[in-house]
Design a protein around this ligand. Structure first.
Ligand SMILES: Nc1nc2c(ncn2[C@@H]2O[C@H](COP(=O)(O)OP(=O)(O)OP(=O)(O)O)[C@@H](O)[C@H]2O)c(=O)[nH]1
Ligand SMILES: [Mg+2]
Length: 215
């Protein structure tokens, strides 16, 4: 925690190509900082950090508390033009460059509208472990994008998770049940930012604002 007036939270976006990382980053920032679009190949090639401040985000001991969110967008893995090793190299470099004080939360972005296969989920765990070390599970939240499909399929979040393969439940167990379904339909950027930032802030506070040091 910085001082009594402002808390900085460092967030990392991780996930496969076209899973919605940059879009999620924009929703968190409440602006269109990251290039996000539907494309038949990977859009983001370089890691990029963007930040924003929410003054008067919360109150602590009678004082207004501001929140500064720092969001690091990354290329997807697998990537259409970069090798896995190259993407990992870029992410590691950006983490040490931008978050010398450590990472509060990695946001592991998964699409809710495509099937979750056993191998995919194992690959996701390995990727997080490779990049963040063995403590990754204490500093990771799974974010399901395209949550709007659940409504169309008349499935609740609980039903969706109970029908998903065991490897997905295992992944959610590993991250201590920290997951969020996002459904950007009918929401303004501001509403999205408020909902997402409070959910993530809650998880960071549960961790007593500790950070993961990237070696
Ligand atoms: N309906 C819906 N569309 C989404 C959601 N998240 C992302 N998208 C769309 O999915 C497409 C890809 O989103 P991006 O944010 O560019 O995905 P990315 O993971 O950054 O993609 P790369 O940089 O190519 O790896 C865009 O058209 C987004 O508008 C979501 O939750 N719901
Ligand atoms: Mg992107």
């Amino acid at each position: 925690m910085d001082d009594n007036k402002e808390i900085t939270i460092n967030l990392l976006l991780l996930g496969k190509t076209q899973c919605g990382k940059s879009f999620l980053g924009n929703s968190l920032l409440g602006s269109f900082e990251f290039e996000s679009k539907f494309f038949p190949h990977s859009v983001t090639k370089d890691c990029r950090l963007c930040g924003m401040r929410i003054p008067d985000f919360a109150r602590r001991m009678g004082r207004e508390l501001g929140l500064r969110l720092q969001v690091l967008d990354t290329p997807g893995i697998p990537h259409s033009s970069l090798s896995q090793d190259e993407v990992k190299k870029r992410v590691r470099k950006a983490l040490s460059q931008h978050f010398p004080e450590g990472l509060h939360m990695a946001l592991l972005v998964l699409r809710a509208d495509i099937p979750h296969c056993e191998e995919d989920n194992q690959h996701t765990v390995k990727l997080a472990e490779d990049l963040l070390g063995t403590d990754w599970k204490f500093f990771t939240t799974v974010i399901f994008t395209h949550g709007d499909v659940l409504q169309k399929a008349r499935l609740t979040e609980v039903e969706f998770l109970s029908l998903a393969p065991k490897s997905l439940s295992a992944l959610l167990e590993k991250v201590h049940g920290r997951y969020i379904f996002r459904d950007p339909t009918d929401k303004t950027l501001r509403e999205e930012r408020e909902t997402l930032s409070s959910q993530i802030f809650h998880f960071v506070r549960q961790n007593s604002y500790q950070t993961l040091q990237i070696k």
